[in-house]
Ligand binder design. Structure first.
Ligand SMILES: Nc1ncnc2c1ncn2[C@@H]1O[C@H](COP(=O)(O)OP(=O)(O)O)[C@@H](O)[C@H]1O
Ligand SMILES: [Mg+2]
Length: 285
């Protein structure tokens, strides 16, 4: 059995663009972890290497229920790689959750349970001066008990409130118009755009510009032109519109998103208020 540090290396559970992720089992305690291996030998002095160092520096500072905890970093100099030991998340990523849903998307009440947890994590990041810069369904894991955990801080960046960034990053479908236009941008404002795309996908099962090639998608996104969701509540439509606002200065902030009635699920409570509520109470008695 191959080992790294105190961990036995098991099967591969994920392969990202820059890494391989395997299961690890602690030799003494038996605790399961995720081992994220990154080849660093060819990387030194490159932008990728700096970003990778940043991932470690930022991830090691984070402690939040909805963020996968980084436990340890092990340098494997002989093999020219570094290994991030991360809390193992027993579950699936959100893309798989949606793919398995029969209706092509989740119900609003189901989606808001997930979304409010993701927003709590992003609020924590922004409150600590960190932009994630790669928010997407694949980077949110859901445990078997329904707890969301953000993974992958490979593009994250420490920032002050109005810090301006230049490096375009993130997945094409999720990136904000200001990044597409290759403008300087604020990482936190762009995170909120990505949250809007994620939320749209959660409830519809497809991205706001589904079926369009990247050039058309770009044209539409830059105009803020997306197909309105059929059957979505006005409250949800309002939240998505606030996130997918083309002008970053007018876009909702993470605080706005967190305190929005849809995120707080006040829209659900309202539906069971008044005469209907007392009727439910009578039935329940
Ligand atoms: N802590 C974890 N627990 C379980 N699976 C994980 C964990 N971290 C990553 N994975 C799996 O590995 C995949 C790639 O990990 P990620 O950190 O996103 O790498 P990359 O930076 O290469 O995208 C994820 O999509 C997920 O399936
Ligand atoms: Mg990833």
């Amino acid at each position: 059995m191959r080992c790294i540090g105190d961990y036995e290396i098991g099967e591969t559970i994920g392969e990202g663009a820059f890494s391989k992720v395997k299961v690890g089992v602690h030799r003494v305690t038996g605790r399961r972890v995720a081992l994220k291996f990154i080849n660093t030998n060819m990387m030194e002095q490159t932008v990728g290497y700096l970003q990778f160092r940043r991932e470690i520096e930022i991830h090691s500072r984070l402690r939040h229920r909805n963020i996968a905890q980084l436990i340890q970093v092990i340098e494997d100099e002989d093999r020219g790689r570094t290994c991030l030991v991360v809390e193992f998340i027993q579950g699936r990523d959100l893309l798989d959750v949606i793919s398995d849903s029969q209706k092509g998307g989740l119900s609003e009440s189901e989606a808001s349970v997930y979304f409010s947890q993701i927003v709590a994590a992003v609020q924590y990041l922004h409150g600590n001066g960190i932009a994630h810069r790669d928010i997407k369904l694949e980077n949110v894991m859901v445990t078997d008990t329904g707890v969301c955990k953000i993974i992958d801080f490979g593009f994250s960046r420490g920032t002050k409130d109005n810090d301006i960034m230049k490096t375009p990053c993130g997945s094409p479908v999720y990136v904000s118009p200001e990044i597409m236009k290759k403008k300087t941008y604020c990482g936190m404002q762009s995170d909120v755009w990505s949250l809007g795309v994620l939320l749209y996908s959660l409830v519809s099962g497809c991205v706001p510009w589904a079926g369009l090639d990247i050039i058309r998608k770009r044209e539409r996104a830059e105009r803020g032109d997306y197909i309105p969701l059929q059957d979505a509540s006005p409250s949800l439509q309002n939240l998505i519109m606030g996130c997918l606002c083309v002008e970053p200065e007018d876009r909702m902030t993470i605080m706005d998103v967190q305190s929005h009635e849809w995120t707080m699920r006040r829209h659900l409570k309202r539906r069971v208020s008044g005469p209907f509520r007392s009727m439910v109470r009578k039935i329940m008695r």
